[in-house]
Design a protein around this ligand. Sequence first.
Ligand code: NAD
Ligand code: UDP
Length: 324
Amino acid sequence: MSSKPHAVVTGGAGFVGSHLVDSLLEDGFEVTSLDNFGSGRPKNLAHIESDAFDSLEHDVREPFPDLGDVDYVFHFASRASPKDFESHAVEIALTNSEGTHNALRYARDNDARAILASTSEVYGDPEVHPQHEEYNGSVNIRGPRAPYDESKRFSEALAVAFQQQYDIDIRTVRIFNTYGPRMRPDDGRVIPNFLSQALRGEDLTVYGDGTQTRSFCYVSDLVTGIREFADADPNTASGEVLNLGSTEEIEIRTLAKTILDVLDADSEIVHQDLPEDDPQVRRPDITRAKQLLGWEPTVSLEAGLERTLPQFEDELDVSVDTRQ
Ligand code: NAD
Ligand code: UDP
């Protein structure tokens, strides 16, 4: 039997999941990815040569296969792009309910620690700014984002239920907007959209007047926070919920200009209708993460965009020299 700790990562072929897999392998873990390749891609894992890694095609809405001894279950499977919230509504709702049930049962039955990926979307269109973990949010339970938002809230409630009823160590991360290499150019989220549009010489589509804000975290910072939280002392971290994200808040219209500057591109900015229930502001209060882990993001938006660009150039088969 292997002496390495074994981590199961659901959604391991996705954007965040694949970076988490890399980080775990670098630190000597045996890692198994379970993914249905719905929004994830085998190419996100194609660089891995390690014998300590296994990638299985599996839908988390189905009970997990027997994978031997397991120490950590990172439950990151779920489509996350608002573009999918209506077209894949039922799949998303069930991934974050049945899928989370399967993940938590699997962690419980294997005596493993569970790390659950929640989201800033549990705060909805927030009336408290910035958002701290004690804020209960303002979600439209009947709106177009509800299948995602409410199923993530249910995921958290199920985690509480498992903690109350079973002796199980579950840690929940509320992830705020994160970006970086391996996002799909057609993902639909704002940074992949703007990068793809700028590289193709197309207009950048700002929804609404662009005064709505987000706070964008580079993926390596996020993964560092997730790993530190997963490894933290159970006395302080078991059962906790933690915001992880950048505190650099930016209006979307300014993000568009920043991307044009970083790429030295001359696309026009055009405005399209603001989607229903689009949150007007979003920025995490990360006091708790600072206190518990000493964690805070280190990569600026400009630096993160520069690191993200090469993959988009490759995939779109265009080249921009951003350093001239
Ligand atoms: P992503 O779409 O790149 O990754 C999600 C992965 O989960 C994909 O590989 C997909 O194929 C897989 N998946 C989806 N449903 C599945 C199912 N039923 N069974 C098995 N696999 C399934 O998105 P991401 O940005 O990497 O998001 C990863 C996690 O982080 C999600 O849980 C998401 O809700 C959460 N999150 C991400 C962000 C962000 O800004 N990136 C913000 C908040 C929360
Ligand atoms: N957005 C935009 N143009 C796009 C895509 C998104 O203006 O092409 C806006 C969107 O309306 C939202 C913000 O950018 O206000 C972030 O959207 P995203 O889909 O990335 O994630 P969200 O934070 O809404 O989950």
